[in-house]
Design a protein around this ligand. Structure first.
Ligand SMILES: [Zn+2]
Length: 407
């Protein structure tokens, strides 16, 4: 049996007036997704329990069948896994954004999409301020960098579950004064943030950026802290071998933690201009070698964050044509398969933010009844196939002979 999961990140949305009161998913011409829906079922699932922030980190963990109440420890340790950073039992990973704060307002959580080269140079200039050798700044991609705390063999960590931080993308255009880290160990984090601010204030790279009309990286913003999560491997749980195709460190990290291989595709950008056809082709080829293949596309989420519903429609159409189509064709050459399409969480273009709530899914293949429906939020809303606990969906997708069992 072969399994494919396609995740158009944040594709779930609300009706938009300019689209004739349709959602982007309804407005998009997605014949291949509709073929999956007609041949199979449409339902819905909730990937983010209300007490977690609505974001890809919890949503995707849930989607792959891991209860975040048991396994989620923070965003940064998942990204650390993507970079191959080993975390010991008492180590912590902390996300270190380079940001632009002006007059205590979060003007840009990306520091104007600072380049990775500039970011690496800025981070290396922080070496002098880390008096405590337990801390290490690790450059990543663009504004997305990490701070690693090495606890060694000591269980006495300055941080714990009560350490509170805020995601900087939730603070855009808002005052940050009340949102610095709080709770256990926060004094260490705030102290580092202040020292970084001093270094950044007079840094040559920032002077050059300002001269070039770009926003400077005025501050670091520390958040998303956590210890390494210990996920039972996907193969141990389901006895199948998986591969992930994504341009995003969060999904790469999740794949690493689940014990999946990662397939890198040239031109996969995590943005609207990503190489859709390359991803589709990579999935087709991977199906000869793996039992389960996941293709994650960030473009739909990025379009939503920018409020560009027309671009969201286009991204969905490209996913449909270049990924869903070729993958379905390939799947039909195997004796048995199951195909699943769903976003991780909703990202309405109207709010430009991730939100809680059910997302529509469609699934077809071996043992799944045919509904004759199309794939949309509205159809999903009417369905009695619903997972209030999103982590129960994956065992159903892989485990059950007939799905749903009582159909
Ligand atoms: Zn997402």
């Amino acid at each position: 049996m072969k399994y494919v999961i396609i995740i158009p990140d944040g594709c779930s949305d609300q009706p938009i007036e300019q689209l004739g009161n349709q959602t982007p998913l309804q407005a998009a011409k997605v014949p291949n997704m509709d073929r999956v829906a007609a041949a199979g079922l449409v339902g819905r699932t909730d990937n983010v329990p209300l007490h977690f922030p609505a974001g890809s980190e919890v949503a995707n963990m849930t989607l792959f069948g891991y209860d975040p109440n048991l396994y989620f420890t923070g965003r940064a340790p998942i990204e650390a896994a993507a970079q191959g950073i080993q975390l010991g039992a008492f180590d912590w990973a902390i996300r270190c954004n380079l940001v632009t704060i002006v007059d205590q307002i979060m003007v840009d959580f990306t520091a104007d999409h600072i380049s990775s080269t500039e970011a690496a140079e800025l981070l290396s200039s922080f070496k002098g301020i880390v008096a405590d050798s337990s801390f290490e700044f690790v450059p990543g991609v663009s504004y997305r960098n990490l701070l690693i705390y090495r606890g060694g063999s000591s269980a006495e960590s300055p941080f714990n579950e009560d350490t509170r931080t805020r995601a900087p993308h939730d603070l855009t255009d808002l005052p940050v004064v009340d949102d610095y880290p709080r709770g256990p160990g926060s004094d260490l984090l705030v102290d580092l943030m202040q020292k970084c601010q001093t270094v950044l204030g007079s840094h040559e790279i920032n002077l050059e950026r300002v001269a070039a009309g770009k926003k400077p990286a005025t501050n670091t913003w520390l958040w998303g802290q956590g210890r390494s999560p210990s996920l039972p491997s996907f193969a141990d749980r389901f006895a199948i071998r998986g591969a992930m195709i994504t341009a995003v460190d969060l999904l790469r990290g999740l794949a690493a933690l689940m014990g999946w291989d990662r397939i890198e595709v040239a031109g996969a950008t995590g943005y609207l201009d990503t190489n859709y056809a390359g991803k589709g082709q990579a999935a087709v080829e991977a199906l000869d070698r793996y039992d389960i293949v996941c293709v994650h596309v960030e473009a739909t989420d990025e379009a939503s964050h920018e409020g560009r519903f027309d671009e969201k429609v286009k991204a969905l159409e490209r996913i449909d044509e270049h990924i869903v189509g070729p993958v379905m064709e390939k799947l039909s050459t195997f004796d048995a398969y199951r195909m699943l399409i769903l976003p991780d969480h909703p990202t309405p273009c109207s709010t430009k933010k991730h939100s809680h709530g059910m997302v529509p899914l469609t699934v077809c293949g071996r043992g799944i009844a045919s509904s004759g429906l199309v794939y949309s939020e509205a159809v999903a809303e009417e369905s009695n196939l619903a997972f209030a606990n999103g982590w129960e969906m994956m065992p159903a997708f892989i485990g059950q002979e007939n799905w749903p069992k009582d159909s």
